[in-house]
Design a protein around this ligand. Structure first.
Ligand code: IMP
Ligand code: MG
Length: 175
């Protein structure tokens, strides 16, 4: 496995898009009690940039899911951490690194619904619609991509590459 030579999305591309998403979210949620629920570890970088691009008071909670081993979806979502604060009556915006099969967010939507939230929307930095198994749609999407494994800006392959400031494709080396 090796990284694509050029990033698919540069640090500047990501910054510009996150700024746009923050402006759109600030307009849509004005006057409403907003809590971002960031899905660790993948959305750690994205959610911390996104919250600073949102120009209104809001709160943040973290959940931690594990559903992947290598590049293969295991089909089972394990929750290692769920929100500590009461989300009753809050408008929740889930921040996710990438929407793939939809299993993680389908499971999380059910859990948040049971907590009595006022609404749940999804903000995914990346969306791979061709991989969808469950009918989950994100209201806010940074970039839509083909069925390709990507790393960087929080996204990993077996815990590597999260620190990169741009997003790269991970290619199977042929030489
Ligand atoms: P889903 O439950 O299949 O939608 O998977 C969502 C999770 O799988 C994401 O939050 C990522 O952690 C992981 N994932 C899916 N596609 C990729 C990828 O291309 N690179 C890195 N992680 C990925
Ligand atoms: Mg993730």
């Amino acid at each position: 496995m090796r990284l694509s030579q050029e990033p698919i999305f540069s640090a500047a591309d990501i910054k510009a898009r996150v700024t746009e998403l923050g402006a759109e979210i600030s307009r849509d949620y004005a006057g409403r009690p907003l809590t971002i629920v960031a899905v660790l570890k993948g959305a750690a970088a994205f959610s911390s940039d996104l919250m600073r691009a949102i120009d209104m008071e809001h709160k943040i909670e973290y959940v931690r899911a594990r559903s992947y081993a290598g590049t293969q979806s295991t089909g089972h979502v394990e929750w290692l951490h769920l929100p500590e604060k009461d989300l009753l009556g809050r408008h929740v915006l889930v921040a996710e690194d990438i929407l793939d099969t939809g299993r993680t967010l389908h499971d999380l939507q059910g859990k948040l619904g049971a907590m009595g939230v006022a609404s749940v929307s999804i903000c995914a930095l990346l969306d791979k619609p061709s991989r969808r198994i469950l009918p989950i749609a994100a209201q806010y999407v940074g970039f839509t991509i083909e069925d390709q494994f990507v790393v960087g800006y929080g996204l990993d392959h077996n815990e590597r590459y999260r620190h990169l400031d741009a997003i790269y494709g991970l290619e199977v080396a042929t030489d």
